[in-house]
Design a protein. Structure first.
Length: 373
Protein backbone atom coordinates (compact mmCIF):
# COMPACT_ATOMS: atom_id res chain seq x y z
CA UNK A 1 0.00 0.00 0.00
CA UNK A 2 1.45 3.37 -1.02
CA UNK A 3 0.62 6.65 0.70
CA UNK A 4 1.07 9.84 -1.33
CA UNK A 5 0.86 13.06 0.70
CA UNK A 6 -0.76 15.74 -1.44
CA UNK A 7 -0.11 19.49 -1.45
CA UNK A 8 -2.94 21.42 0.17
CA UNK A 9 -3.62 24.69 1.98
CA UNK A 10 -2.50 25.36 5.56
CA UNK A 11 -5.73 24.23 7.24
CA UNK A 12 -6.20 21.04 5.20
CA UNK A 13 -4.16 17.90 4.63
CA UNK A 14 -4.78 15.05 2.21
CA UNK A 15 -3.35 11.68 1.25
CA UNK A 16 -3.93 9.53 -1.80
CA UNK A 17 -3.79 5.88 -0.77
CA UNK A 18 -3.28 3.14 -3.35
CA UNK A 19 -3.88 -0.46 -2.24
CA UNK A 20 -2.07 -3.49 -3.72
CA UNK A 21 -5.37 -4.26 -5.47
CA UNK A 22 -5.06 -1.00 -7.41
CA UNK A 23 -7.92 0.75 -5.62
CA UNK A 24 -7.44 4.39 -4.63
CA UNK A 25 -8.86 6.48 -1.81
CA UNK A 26 -8.28 10.16 -1.14
CA UNK A 27 -8.60 11.08 2.53
CA UNK A 28 -8.81 14.67 3.73
CA UNK A 29 -8.59 16.23 7.18
CA UNK A 30 -9.36 19.91 7.73
CA UNK A 31 -9.39 22.18 10.78
CA UNK A 32 -9.80 25.74 11.98
CA UNK A 33 -6.13 25.42 13.09
CA UNK A 34 -3.12 24.91 10.79
CA UNK A 35 -2.12 21.28 10.28
CA UNK A 36 1.08 19.23 9.90
CA UNK A 37 1.64 18.49 6.21
CA UNK A 38 4.24 15.74 6.65
CA UNK A 39 3.41 12.06 6.29
CA UNK A 40 3.63 11.53 10.07
CA UNK A 41 -0.11 11.95 10.83
CA UNK A 42 -0.92 9.20 8.31
CA UNK A 43 1.27 6.54 9.92
CA UNK A 44 -1.07 5.25 12.70
CA UNK A 45 -4.20 4.58 10.59
CA UNK A 46 -2.18 3.22 7.67
CA UNK A 47 -0.30 0.86 9.99
CA UNK A 48 -3.56 -0.55 11.39
CA UNK A 49 -5.02 -0.96 7.89
CA UNK A 50 -1.86 -2.57 6.58
CA UNK A 51 -1.69 -5.06 9.44
CA UNK A 52 -5.35 -5.97 9.07
CA UNK A 53 -5.03 -6.52 5.30
CA UNK A 54 -1.44 -7.87 5.31
CA UNK A 55 -0.21 -5.00 3.14
CA UNK A 56 3.21 -3.44 3.61
CA UNK A 57 3.29 0.36 3.49
CA UNK A 58 5.43 2.83 1.55
CA UNK A 59 5.26 6.59 2.23
CA UNK A 60 6.45 9.04 -0.40
CA UNK A 61 7.22 11.73 2.23
CA UNK A 62 9.29 11.72 5.45
CA UNK A 63 7.83 10.36 8.68
CA UNK A 64 8.95 11.41 12.16
CA UNK A 65 11.71 9.07 13.35
CA UNK A 66 10.25 8.61 16.85
CA UNK A 67 6.88 7.67 15.36
CA UNK A 68 8.64 5.14 13.11
CA UNK A 69 10.38 3.64 16.16
CA UNK A 70 7.00 3.26 17.88
CA UNK A 71 5.43 1.45 14.92
CA UNK A 72 7.04 -1.98 15.61
CA UNK A 73 5.91 -1.74 19.25
CA UNK A 74 2.37 -0.95 18.12
CA UNK A 75 2.52 -3.94 15.79
CA UNK A 76 3.51 -6.19 18.70
CA UNK A 77 0.48 -5.01 20.70
CA UNK A 78 -1.93 -5.75 17.84
CA UNK A 79 -0.32 -9.13 17.10
CA UNK A 80 -0.62 -10.09 20.75
CA UNK A 81 -4.31 -9.09 20.77
CA UNK A 82 -5.34 -10.42 17.37
CA UNK A 83 -2.85 -13.08 16.20
CA UNK A 84 -5.32 -14.52 13.69
CA UNK A 85 -6.63 -11.27 12.22
CA UNK A 86 -3.49 -9.12 12.10
CA UNK A 87 -0.15 -9.57 10.32
CA UNK A 88 3.34 -8.19 10.81
CA UNK A 89 4.22 -5.83 7.96
CA UNK A 90 7.07 -3.61 6.81
CA UNK A 91 6.93 0.20 6.74
CA UNK A 92 9.08 2.13 4.28
CA UNK A 93 9.61 5.86 4.87
CA UNK A 94 12.42 8.37 5.06
CA UNK A 95 12.87 9.32 8.75
CA UNK A 96 12.78 12.97 9.80
CA UNK A 97 13.53 14.77 13.04
CA UNK A 98 11.66 18.03 12.53
CA UNK A 99 10.30 19.44 15.80
CA UNK A 100 7.32 21.76 16.15
CA UNK A 101 6.74 24.77 18.39
CA UNK A 102 3.49 23.42 19.79
CA UNK A 103 3.35 23.72 23.59
CA UNK A 104 -0.32 23.28 24.39
CA UNK A 105 -2.18 20.33 25.89
CA UNK A 106 -5.13 19.16 23.83
CA UNK A 107 -7.92 16.86 24.94
CA UNK A 108 -10.29 15.06 22.59
CA UNK A 109 -13.81 16.20 23.34
CA UNK A 110 -16.88 14.49 21.92
CA UNK A 111 -19.21 15.73 24.66
CA UNK A 112 -19.48 12.22 26.13
CA UNK A 113 -18.94 10.97 29.67
CA UNK A 114 -15.25 10.16 29.26
CA UNK A 115 -14.31 13.41 27.54
CA UNK A 116 -16.31 15.60 29.94
CA UNK A 117 -14.65 13.87 32.89
CA UNK A 118 -11.15 14.51 31.48
CA UNK A 119 -12.00 18.09 30.48
CA UNK A 120 -13.33 18.91 33.96
CA UNK A 121 -10.78 17.12 36.12
CA UNK A 122 -7.76 18.12 34.01
CA UNK A 123 -8.84 21.69 33.38
CA UNK A 124 -5.64 23.14 34.85
CA UNK A 125 -3.54 21.19 32.33
CA UNK A 126 -5.69 21.42 29.22
CA UNK A 127 -5.24 24.39 26.89
CA UNK A 128 -7.45 23.20 23.99
CA UNK A 129 -10.39 20.87 23.46
CA UNK A 130 -10.50 18.91 20.18
CA UNK A 131 -13.80 18.07 18.48
CA UNK A 132 -13.77 15.74 15.45
CA UNK A 133 -16.54 15.35 12.87
CA UNK A 134 -16.31 12.15 10.86
CA UNK A 135 -15.74 9.60 13.61
CA UNK A 136 -18.91 8.91 15.61
CA UNK A 137 -21.15 11.03 13.36
CA UNK A 138 -21.20 9.89 9.74
CA UNK A 139 -19.78 12.29 7.18
CA UNK A 140 -23.16 12.68 5.46
CA UNK A 141 -25.18 13.63 8.56
CA UNK A 142 -24.51 17.36 8.40
CA UNK A 143 -27.54 18.43 10.45
CA UNK A 144 -26.60 16.29 13.45
CA UNK A 145 -22.95 17.24 13.04
CA UNK A 146 -23.90 20.93 13.14
CA UNK A 147 -25.88 20.44 16.34
CA UNK A 148 -23.09 18.43 17.95
CA UNK A 149 -20.53 21.08 16.97
CA UNK A 150 -22.72 23.89 18.30
CA UNK A 151 -23.07 22.03 21.60
CA UNK A 152 -19.30 21.41 21.76
CA UNK A 153 -18.63 25.09 21.09
CA UNK A 154 -20.98 26.14 23.87
CA UNK A 155 -19.51 23.61 26.29
CA UNK A 156 -15.93 24.64 25.46
CA UNK A 157 -16.82 28.31 25.98
CA UNK A 158 -18.40 27.52 29.34
CA UNK A 159 -15.33 25.49 30.33
CA UNK A 160 -13.10 28.38 29.26
CA UNK A 161 -11.18 26.49 26.55
CA UNK A 162 -10.67 27.19 22.83
CA UNK A 163 -12.14 24.49 20.61
CA UNK A 164 -10.09 22.96 17.81
CA UNK A 165 -12.57 21.81 15.17
CA UNK A 166 -11.56 18.98 12.87
CA UNK A 167 -13.42 17.35 9.99
CA UNK A 168 -12.00 14.21 8.39
CA UNK A 169 -13.00 11.57 5.85
CA UNK A 170 -10.56 9.03 7.30
CA UNK A 171 -13.36 6.72 8.40
CA UNK A 172 -15.86 7.22 5.57
CA UNK A 173 -13.42 7.31 2.63
CA UNK A 174 -10.97 4.72 3.92
CA UNK A 175 -11.71 2.75 7.09
CA UNK A 176 -15.31 1.82 6.32
CA UNK A 177 -14.50 0.87 2.73
CA UNK A 178 -11.83 -1.75 3.50
CA UNK A 179 -13.68 -2.49 5.90
CA UNK A 180 -11.95 -2.07 9.26
CA UNK A 181 -13.61 -2.54 12.63
CA UNK A 182 -13.89 0.97 14.03
CA UNK A 183 -14.01 0.19 17.75
CA UNK A 184 -11.58 -2.69 18.06
CA UNK A 185 -9.11 -1.70 15.34
CA UNK A 186 -9.09 1.82 13.97
CA UNK A 187 -10.50 4.54 16.23
CA UNK A 188 -7.43 4.96 18.46
CA UNK A 189 -5.16 5.29 15.43
CA UNK A 190 -7.63 7.76 13.91
CA UNK A 191 -7.43 9.88 17.07
CA UNK A 192 -3.63 9.71 16.83
CA UNK A 193 -3.86 10.91 13.21
CA UNK A 194 -5.68 14.05 14.36
CA UNK A 195 -3.38 14.62 17.32
CA UNK A 196 -0.24 14.37 15.17
CA UNK A 197 -1.77 16.71 12.60
CA UNK A 198 -2.08 19.37 15.35
CA UNK A 199 1.63 19.29 16.27
CA UNK A 200 2.07 23.01 15.60
CA UNK A 201 -0.23 23.81 18.51
CA UNK A 202 -0.07 20.99 21.08
CA UNK A 203 2.82 18.94 22.44
CA UNK A 204 0.59 16.66 24.53
CA UNK A 205 -2.73 15.17 23.46
CA UNK A 206 -4.99 13.59 26.06
CA UNK A 207 -7.15 10.65 24.94
CA UNK A 208 -9.97 10.07 27.46
CA UNK A 209 -10.12 6.42 28.44
CA UNK A 210 -12.95 4.20 27.26
CA UNK A 211 -12.47 1.75 30.13
CA UNK A 212 -11.06 1.70 33.65
CA UNK A 213 -8.09 -0.40 34.68
CA UNK A 214 -10.47 -3.15 35.85
CA UNK A 215 -12.37 -3.33 32.54
CA UNK A 216 -9.51 -3.21 30.06
CA UNK A 217 -9.81 -5.31 26.92
CA UNK A 218 -8.28 -5.15 23.43
CA UNK A 219 -9.63 -1.91 22.01
CA UNK A 220 -8.56 0.66 19.45
CA UNK A 221 -7.67 3.19 22.17
CA UNK A 222 -5.77 1.52 25.03
CA UNK A 223 -3.08 2.55 27.56
CA UNK A 224 -0.66 0.02 26.05
CA UNK A 225 -1.22 1.36 22.54
CA UNK A 226 -1.96 5.11 22.56
CA UNK A 227 1.52 6.27 23.77
CA UNK A 228 3.18 4.29 20.96
CA UNK A 229 1.73 6.68 18.38
CA UNK A 230 3.77 9.57 19.87
CA UNK A 231 6.21 11.55 17.72
CA UNK A 232 9.09 13.88 18.49
CA UNK A 233 6.52 16.68 18.61
CA UNK A 234 3.40 15.12 20.17
CA UNK A 235 3.03 12.82 23.17
CA UNK A 236 -0.22 10.93 23.73
CA UNK A 237 -1.59 10.59 27.26
CA UNK A 238 -4.30 7.96 27.91
CA UNK A 239 -6.54 9.35 30.69
CA UNK A 240 -8.04 8.08 33.16
CA UNK A 241 -7.67 4.45 34.32
CA UNK A 242 -8.42 4.69 38.03
CA UNK A 243 -12.08 5.77 37.77
CA UNK A 244 -14.82 3.64 36.22
CA UNK A 245 -17.73 5.01 34.20
CA UNK A 246 -20.04 5.27 37.20
CA UNK A 247 -17.37 7.20 39.06
CA UNK A 248 -17.05 9.54 36.10
CA UNK A 249 -20.83 10.05 36.02
CA UNK A 250 -20.85 10.92 39.72
CA UNK A 251 -18.23 13.60 39.05
CA UNK A 252 -19.68 15.15 35.91
CA UNK A 253 -23.18 14.92 37.40
CA UNK A 254 -22.12 17.82 39.63
CA UNK A 255 -21.21 20.00 36.65
CA UNK A 256 -23.93 22.12 35.03
CA UNK A 257 -22.09 22.37 31.72
CA UNK A 258 -21.75 18.60 31.42
CA UNK A 259 -25.39 18.01 32.32
CA UNK A 260 -26.50 20.60 29.78
CA UNK A 261 -24.38 19.37 26.86
CA UNK A 262 -23.81 15.64 27.47
CA UNK A 263 -23.80 13.64 24.20
CA UNK A 264 -23.47 9.88 24.54
CA UNK A 265 -25.55 8.53 21.65
CA UNK A 266 -24.00 7.15 18.46
CA UNK A 267 -27.15 5.65 16.95
CA UNK A 268 -29.00 9.01 16.93
CA UNK A 269 -32.28 7.42 15.91
CA UNK A 270 -34.56 9.79 14.02
CA UNK A 271 -31.67 12.26 13.95
CA UNK A 272 -31.94 13.00 17.66
CA UNK A 273 -28.98 14.39 19.62
CA UNK A 274 -29.45 11.62 22.20
CA UNK A 275 -32.11 9.13 21.14
CA UNK A 276 -32.79 8.00 24.73
CA UNK A 277 -33.57 4.40 23.72
CA UNK A 278 -30.26 2.88 22.55
CA UNK A 279 -27.95 0.95 24.87
CA UNK A 280 -25.58 3.88 25.47
CA UNK A 281 -28.40 6.28 26.30
CA UNK A 282 -30.07 3.80 28.65
CA UNK A 283 -26.80 2.83 30.32
CA UNK A 284 -26.03 6.51 30.90
CA UNK A 285 -29.49 7.23 32.34
CA UNK A 286 -29.12 4.32 34.76
CA UNK A 287 -25.70 5.65 35.77
CA UNK A 288 -27.04 9.17 36.23
CA UNK A 289 -29.86 7.79 38.40
CA UNK A 290 -27.28 6.02 40.56
CA UNK A 291 -25.34 9.28 40.79
CA UNK A 292 -28.46 11.25 41.72
CA UNK A 293 -28.05 13.46 38.65
CA UNK A 294 -30.09 14.30 35.57
CA UNK A 295 -28.98 15.65 32.22
CA UNK A 296 -30.97 18.20 30.23
CA UNK A 297 -29.73 16.36 27.13
CA UNK A 298 -31.25 13.07 28.39
CA UNK A 299 -34.47 14.18 30.06
CA UNK A 300 -37.37 12.12 31.35
CA UNK A 301 -37.68 8.65 32.88
CA UNK A 302 -35.94 5.53 31.57
CA UNK A 303 -37.94 4.04 28.69
CA UNK A 304 -38.86 0.58 30.00
CA UNK A 305 -40.03 -0.72 26.62
CA UNK A 306 -36.69 0.32 25.10
CA UNK A 307 -34.82 -1.45 27.90
CA UNK A 308 -36.76 -4.68 27.42
CA UNK A 309 -36.18 -4.51 23.64
CA UNK A 310 -32.38 -4.12 23.85
CA UNK A 311 -30.28 -6.63 21.95
CA UNK A 312 -27.32 -7.03 24.30
CA UNK A 313 -23.82 -8.44 24.15
CA UNK A 314 -22.33 -10.21 27.16
CA UNK A 315 -20.28 -7.12 27.95
CA UNK A 316 -23.36 -4.88 27.78
CA UNK A 317 -25.16 -7.22 30.20
CA UNK A 318 -22.21 -6.76 32.55
CA UNK A 319 -22.44 -2.96 32.26
CA UNK A 320 -26.18 -2.91 33.00
CA UNK A 321 -25.77 -5.19 36.02
CA UNK A 322 -23.10 -2.83 37.36
CA UNK A 323 -25.46 0.10 36.85
CA UNK A 324 -28.26 -1.62 38.78
CA UNK A 325 -25.82 -2.52 41.58
CA UNK A 326 -24.75 1.13 41.78
CA UNK A 327 -28.38 2.24 41.98
CA UNK A 328 -29.00 -0.21 44.82
CA UNK A 329 -25.85 0.91 46.62
CA UNK A 330 -26.96 4.54 46.31
CA UNK A 331 -30.40 3.68 47.72
CA UNK A 332 -32.15 4.42 44.43
CA UNK A 333 -34.87 1.82 43.96
CA UNK A 334 -36.78 1.31 40.73
CA UNK A 335 -38.27 -2.17 40.52
CA UNK A 336 -39.63 -1.53 37.03
CA UNK A 337 -36.15 -0.72 35.67
CA UNK A 338 -34.68 -3.79 37.38
CA UNK A 339 -37.39 -6.01 35.87
CA UNK A 340 -36.88 -4.50 32.40
CA UNK A 341 -33.11 -5.06 32.55
CA UNK A 342 -33.66 -8.64 33.73
CA UNK A 343 -35.94 -9.23 30.75
CA UNK A 344 -33.32 -7.91 28.31
CA UNK A 345 -30.62 -10.07 29.87
CA UNK A 346 -32.82 -13.18 29.78
CA UNK A 347 -33.50 -12.51 26.10
CA UNK A 348 -29.72 -12.49 25.57
CA UNK A 349 -29.41 -15.87 27.29
CA UNK A 350 -32.27 -17.31 25.23
CA UNK A 351 -30.64 -16.18 21.99
CA UNK A 352 -27.34 -17.73 23.07
CA UNK A 353 -29.02 -21.02 23.95
CA UNK A 354 -30.85 -21.09 20.62
CA UNK A 355 -27.60 -20.37 18.79
CA UNK A 356 -25.83 -23.21 20.58
CA UNK A 357 -28.68 -25.60 19.73
CA UNK A 358 -28.59 -24.61 16.05
CA UNK A 359 -24.83 -25.10 15.97
CA UNK A 360 -25.05 -28.49 17.70
CA UNK A 361 -27.80 -29.58 15.30
CA UNK A 362 -25.71 -28.50 12.32
CA UNK A 363 -22.69 -30.42 13.62
CA UNK A 364 -24.80 -33.52 14.27
CA UNK A 365 -26.32 -33.45 10.78
CA UNK A 366 -22.85 -33.09 9.29
CA UNK A 367 -21.55 -36.09 11.22
CA UNK A 368 -24.53 -38.23 10.17
CA UNK A 369 -24.05 -37.28 6.51
CA UNK A 370 -20.36 -38.17 6.64
CA UNK A 371 -21.14 -41.56 8.20
CA UNK A 372 -23.79 -42.27 5.59
CA UNK A 373 -21.51 -41.35 2.75
Amino acid sequence: MTVHVEDTEAHRIAARIVTPLGKEAVVTTASNYELDHSATPWLPPMLVAGMRKNWSIAFDSPVDSMALRGAPEAQRVFLDWYPRRFHGISVSAEPSDALSDGRGVGCFFSGGVDSFYSAITQSDRITHLIFVHGFDISAGNEDLASRALASARDAAAELGKPLIEVKTTLRSAFGDRLPLDWGYDLHGAALAHVGLALSQHVSTVMIPSSNSRWDLLPWGSHPDLDPLWSSGSVTFDHHELEVDRLGKLRRIGLDETAMRHLRVCWENRDGRFNCGVCFKCIRTKIGLAAAGAESEALPGPIDLHAVRSLTLTNRQCHHLRNGLAAMEEAGVTDDDVVAAVDTAIRRRHWRQAASYLRRARSISIGLIRRRVS
